[in-house]
Design a protein around this ligand. Structure first.
Ligand SMILES: *Cc1c(COP(=O)(O)O)cnc(C)c1O
Length: 490
């Protein structure tokens, strides 16, 4: 019973011990341990209503002992969580997080330094500047570049486009967006974070112009034609957004060619590298982002291909001044001498967030633990797994593979004996995924490609092996036979 504050404080002190921590942390270690062997289902398939019902009930009036709560988490949360650490999880672009980073998360929370203001986080603000410099160096940005950690790629891209807006329309901070409103050009398969940012920035969603793709990459000739058309009509262009690692297919736009075009035209190039920018760390995959240093801004999510737990996003800018200008046109550097003397170390001036947790620590710890090389090897391994999926699928004529994997993502669909029409195949593929995931044997995603419903795997788990990939293919074939059998002859 919590009768007076002394009882509460006693509970807090008790919870601050290594014993109490071990009780909570054992949930995570047991989870890692059981999933390591690939035992049990990947997901429980229990209905959302059933899950919601167990959490019904009023707000607790009194406290409960920690052991009861730990048991409850185990029963009510873990049991029906999607188990990303299970080697048969091949679903979304969310990591089976590196354990070192998971434990560091507890330290980040324990210290609870807000990196927005340097005096609140004397060590971790410095560390964020240091790690940002490393990452700027990795992409080939010059001195004077900078950036900030973000909640993810969505925030990074929004912030980047805000900086692009400040560059294109310096008055917009004070007066709002006036006519003629500038446009943003992006690929037709761009993540919705881009079009949404355009709308959020007051430009109107119609100011996002989609450039068609060839083989899931932005058609550079079409981009060039569109720029010429806009120039002729004197419509201002705020930014070009290229993608490094498209969400649906993992394919990379031709950044070098797009970058050269933007350089020639004096246009702001933003690269949405939320998924794929980690390729800059890889000796084998760096060519996919050739020319990335031509960007003015880059969104890069360590919580994707660097396998960090959420949240760990990042925005890099070629000129730190331009990022500061995003949030306040009257930044201190405008009024005082040289950059160095007046460099604002507080990260709050570069970020949407005010209070912000020091996620940089887990990124730094993982870089210490594995080094650039270790991260690169993990990255390349995940990409190799997607190639293995393709190798296993091509043995079966029932599958159609939709693209060559540039990264760790592969889209394909079940076509059976190829006699069914596309509408029927859409329905069959939808049902295959639903049944397969519900079975608990594995977990994959789906997307729309060229208007067709297709299956999609994202290999985010270094524990997955070729045997698991074969189990995926066999599992899908088994489910497909049931689905097609149940539909009867066409
Ligand atoms: C994941 C992703 C995003 C969104 O990033 P969040 O971290 O989920 O906010 C944006 N663009 C691309 C290409 C992505 O893969």
């Amino acid at each position: 019973m919590m009768e007076d504050v002394a009882d509460v404080i006693a509970a807090l002190e008790g919870d601050a011990t290594a014993d109490a921590a071990a009780q909570v942390i054992s949930l995570a270690t047991t989870y890692f341990e059981t999933t390591r062997r690939g035992e049990g289902p990947v997901s429980s398939g229990r209905s959302p209503n059933e899950i919601a019902a167990r959490f019904d009930g009023p707000m607790p009036e009194d406290g409960t002992d920690l052991a009861t709560i730990v048991a409850r988490i185990e029963r009510d949360v873990l049991a029906d969580a999607n188990r990303l650490a299970h080697p048969m999880y091949m679903g979304h672009q969310v990591s089976f997080p590196l354990s070192t980073a998971v434990w560091t998360d507890a330290v980040i929370s324990a210290l609870n330094q807000s990196v927005a203001v340097e005096e609140m986080s004397p060590t971790l603000t410095s560390l964020e500047h240091r790690v940002i410099r490393w990452m700027c160096g990795a992409v080939g940005f010059p001195a004077g570049s900078g950036g900030t950690l973000t909640s993810g790629g969505t925030e990074a891209t929004f912030t980047a486009l805000l900086a692009a807006r400040a560059a294109a329309l310096p008055d917009s901070w004070m007066h709002g967006v006036s006519e003629p409103r500038p446009v943003v050009l992006c690929g037709e398969h761009t993540h919705y974070a881009v079009t949404r940012a355009v709308a959020e920035l007051g430009l109107g969603m119609r100011s996002a112009i989609a450039i068609p793709s060839v083989n899931y990459r932005m058609d550079v000739a079409a981009l060039e034609r569109e720029i010429a058309r806009l120039r002729e009509r004197q419509i201002p262009i705020m930014a070009i957004v290229a993608t490094a690692g498209h969400t649906a297919t993992g394919s990379f736009d031709d950044i070098d060619a797009i970058g050269a075009l933007c350089d020639g035209e004096g246009l702001w190039l933003h690269i949405d590298g939320a998924h794929g920018a980690t390729a800059v760390l890889s000796d084998r995959h760096r060519h996919r982002v050739r020319g990335i240093e031509r960007a003015r801004s880059i969104a890069w999510d360590p919580h994707k291909m660097m396998l960090l737990p959420l949240p760990a996003g990042m925005l890099l800018v070629r000129s730190e001044r331009e990022l500061q200008a995003a949030f306040a046109q009257r930044a201190p550097y405008l009024f005082h001498g040289s950059d160095d003397a007046t460099r604002v170390r507080d990260q709050g001036v570069r970020s949407f967030q005010c209070s912000r947790r020091a996620d940089v620590l887990k990124l730094w710890v993982v870089l210490q633990r594995l080094g650039r090389r270790g991260i690169a090897l993990l990255h390349d391994h995940l990409c190799d797994l997607a190639l293995q999926v393709r190798e296993e699928l091509v043995r079966h004529s029932e599958f159609e593979i939709l693209h060559a994997p540039d990264s760790n993502i592969l889209c394909f669909r079940y076509v059976g004996d190829r006699r069914a029409d596309d509408e029927t195949l859409d329905a069959i593929n939808r049902e295959i995924r639903e049944r397969y995931n519900k079975s608990g044997a594995g977990w994959i995603t789906a997307t729309l490609l060229g208007g067709r419903r297709v299956l999609r795997v994202t290999m985010m788990n270094p524990r997955s092996t070729r045997a698991h990939i074969r189990a995926l293919v066999d599992g899908l074939l088994g489910v497909a036979a049931d689905v097609v059998g149940a539909r009867g002859p066409a």
